[in-house]
Design a protein around this ligand. Sequence first.
Ligand code: DX5
Ligand code: ZN
Length: 235
Amino acid sequence: MLDITQQPKEPLIAASILSADFGAMADDCRDVLGKGADLLHIDVMDGHFVPNLTMGADMIRGIRRHFPDVFLDVHLMVERPGDYVASFAQAGANLFAFHVEVCKPMRPDGVDAGELIEHIRGAGMSPGMVVNPPTTIEQFEQGIGPHLGDLDLALVMSVNPGRSGQKFIKDVLGKTRWLKERAGSGTRIEMDGGLNLETTPLAVAAGADTIVTASALFGSDDRAAVIASMKAAGA
Ligand code: DX5
Ligand code: ZN
C-alpha cells in the first residue's frame, strides 16, 4: 500500500475513475494501474454541492474487493461529508477529502473542519481538504490554514467540480504555490482538473506532487505514455 505521507521522488499519478468505463470498471482500473498509475481517485458527487450524481460506498467497496492493496483517494463533492465517514471507511477508502467551501468560516453554519479531521482519523483514514477555483486565496487560507499540519493531503481544484474533460484554470496555481511554501513534507499537494501533458508541468512547477487525471488518461490510446510523461514533468 502506498504511504502518502512520504514525499514522492516523482509526481504520483491518481487515475480518476470518473472517465473510466463504468460497465467495465475493474478492467479499466487494472489497465491504468498496470501502466503505472499510483492510486485511484474516486469522485463522489451528491447532486447538491455539484449538480451531478456519481458514486458512493458501494463503488468504493467493489473496487476495494478487486484491488486490496491499491490506495483509494476519495474526493467528496458533497454538502455533508461527515455523513459518509463511517460507511466510506468501512468500504475501504484510504483518504477522505472534503471541501473547504462546506466548512466554517466560509459557511457559518457549516462543518467544523477540526472535528471532521479527527473523525476521519478516528475511522482509520487520511484526511484531505479541497478548494474550488472561485474560492479566494484569503478564504482558502482562513479555511485550511489552521488545519494544514493535520492534513495528509490538500487538493487544489483546477476546474470547477462536477465533471471531467474541462479546461485547466491557470489562476489557481497561486494556491498551489501557497501550499508548497507552508505544507510540511508529510502533506501531499494534489491538483485535479484539466491536467494533461501540457498542464501537468505547470502544476508540478507550482508544487503539486500528486496529479489527478481522468479524460487525458482514460481517453488516450497510449495510457502508459501519458502516465510516463506526467511523471517526467517532475524530473
Ligand atoms: C471533477 C473531478 C475530477 C475529474 C477530473 O469534478 O473532481 O477528478 O474527474 O477530470 P479531468 O482530468 O478530465 O479534468
Ligand atoms: Zn476529483
